[in-house]
Unconditional design. Structure first.
Length: 498
């Protein structure tokens, strides 16, 4: 059997994305009729005007979601029925895989084979996994005295506001939609203004799959308009947010200023990757860090952007990483062969270049990359960049860059490595490389991060929780733990007469 390879350039030339919002099962312009341009970072072209949702649109969407929740058209369905509809939704995502992958790549710049093989697949798997869980999770009966029965049940919360970033637009949405919808909630999703297209298509597909109107609404728009209005809304019960720590802080303020809605923040990171000299395969550690930090143009919250390497092996380590960088030179994201695509927009490009300048100015040694490339395409591309001789006090080691920039910091003792790794306001992920089982466990235990990898960085699965310590956020996406965010725990006491 031969596999057909789509002609992505032809498909890209032909695609006509629909930028209208989706509220109550209907595509429509915004109340004010305003739009913003959705620009492709690949070549700077305008893909489509997109409805610019504002407070009035959020009001309509929340009212629609509330009505759908209150009349039980979704929450009231038997779990097996919700499961069936959500499984169909996952199938529709897979059936539309080429269109969704193309929209994702055109919208935010990642290589098409990654959109197709990673983002679409993982989004579908996420929805299917939560669908499967719906009729397998049981509630509890407490071990109380015989004169009473205490039922501990989980109930859907109501209307969930979901606000997501642009780096994995579809997948971040799916991580919230899966558990929120499976639990019976209604959702109003505000995608990033930099990548709104796949979210809108997801909502079309959910409707096609039989999700009742009003259960899943999408209002595109700017953060300070639609995002703020959603997070301040008095009739939204919880916010599932993924984005920067700066905006996560605002989400907590909005909740405090409005109805104390639950706020679940999945925020930034500055993940540490620690390589000890007793790890035998230095090459595997070095190639893994390059693959992980340059994946998705470095625009990953869990990118291992601070690498702590023992001084005795650091020269060899950086030589191998530098030798890997040609593999990750940015190329045409639609080619199917480029391992790195475009940075999401001009603003982010300038942010990344600004950090590279800061690294140079503070005295770090630039070993590879450091420049904008492919500017003649009209797109926003940066070379994979490697800094050696970084100190943990430098700006490039303290702040999240969200671009393809790796900082190598040398250490001499285990204690020093742990102290520096933990000396960060973030605590999303970490990795320790050692063949000494005692050391591996000791260091993994000492690291203040939501996920710690040992001798690898790439394992990931929907079955495990994802989230951070410290200013990387609260609550967890993925796994059954995510249901905690979108359900209320109710105790019902029944008296039993002897
Ligand atoms: P961002 O915080 O700028 O924006 C995220 C979302 O919030 C967007 O939809 C945006 O429109 C909205 N927003 C912005 N200002 C707002 C406001 N005042 N009120 C309400 N909403 C507002 O983040 P970004 O640049 O889109 O994404 C990058 C960030 O996301 C990075 O910090 C990254 O680490 C983080 N991230 C975290 C995870 C995780 O799981 N922990 C996953 C992916 C990305």
């Amino acid at each position: 059997m031969t596999t057909r390879t789509p002609d992505w350039h032809n498909l890209a030339a032909a695609i006509r994305p629909d930028g209208r919002m989706l509220i109550g099962g209907v595509r429509s312009p915004s109340v004010a009729g305003e739009t913003f341009d959705c620009i492709s970072p690949i070549d700077g072209r305008i893909l489509t005007p997109v409805a610019r949702g504002q407070a009035a649109d959020i009001d309509t969407a929340v009212a629609s979601a509330r009505k759908a929740f209150d009349d039980g058209r979704w929450a009231g369905k038997p779990p097996a029925v919700r499961k069936k509809i959500l499984l169909r939704f996952a199938e529709k995502i897979l059936a539309a895989r080429e269109e969704l992958a193309l929209l994702e790549t055109l919208d935010m710049g990642k290589p098409i084979q990654h959109s197709l093989g990673v983002d679409v697949q993982s989004a579908a798997r996420t929805i299917a996994w939560y669908a499967e869980a719906v009729d397998k999770v049981y509630d509890e009966i407490a071990p109380t005295a015989r004169t009473a029965l205490a039922l501990i049940t989980r109930e859907p919360m109501g209307v969930i506001g979901v606000v997501v970033p642009w780096n994995y637009p579809m997948l971040m949405a799916a991580w919230k939609l899966g558990p929120a919808l499976a639990a019976g909630n209604s959702v109003v999703l505000k995608p990033s203004e930099k990548s709104p297209l796949t979210a809108l298509r997801l909502a079309d597909l959910a409707l096609d799959a039989g999700l009742p109107e009003g259960v899943f609404n999408v209002v595109p728009g700017y953060g300070h308009e639609a995002g703020e209005a959603l997070a301040l809304h008095m009739d939204v019960d919880a916010i599932g947010f993924t984005g920067s720590t700066r905006v996560g802080r605002k989400m907590l303020e909005y909740a405090g200023r409005s109805n104390l809605k639950r706020v679940y923040n999945e925020l930034g990171g500055k993940s540490a990757f620690i390589v000890f000299p007793d790890f035998g395969d230095l090459s595997r550690a070095a190639t893994t860090v390059a693959a992980s930090v340059f994946f998705n143009q470095g625009e990953s919250c869990n990118a291992p952007s601070r690498v702590f390497v023992h001084a005795s092996i650091a020269d060899d380590f950086v030589r191998i990483v530098a030798g890997e960088t040609p593999k990750y030179q940015p190329g045409d994201p639609l080619s199917g062969s480029a391992e790195m695509g475009a940075i999401v927009d001009d603003t982010q490009l300038r942010t990344v270049l600004g950090y590279i300048d800061a690294g140079r100015d503070e005295g770090a040694k630039l070993l590879a990359g450091g420049h904008r490339v492919r500017a003649e395409t009209g797109g926003f591309f940066v070379e994979p960049t490697l800094f050696d001789r970084v100190s943990n006090r430098m700006k490039i080691a303290r702040e999240e860059i969200f671009g393809p920039v790796l900082s190598v910091i040398r250490f001499r003792t285990e204690e020093e490595a742990i102290a520096m790794a933990n000396d960060s306001s973030y605590g999303l992920q970490a990795s320790v490389w050692s063949d000494n089982i005692n050391r591996a466990h000791r260091v993994a235990r000492a690291l203040r991060a939501g996920t710690v990898h040992v001798n690898q960085y790439d394992e990931d699965d929907i079955t495990v929780p994802f989230g951070g310590y410290k200013q990387s956020g609260n609550g967890r996406d993925k796994s059954l733990h995510a249901f905690d965010k979108y359900t209320e725990l109710k105790t019902t006491w029944l008296r039993i007469d002897e």
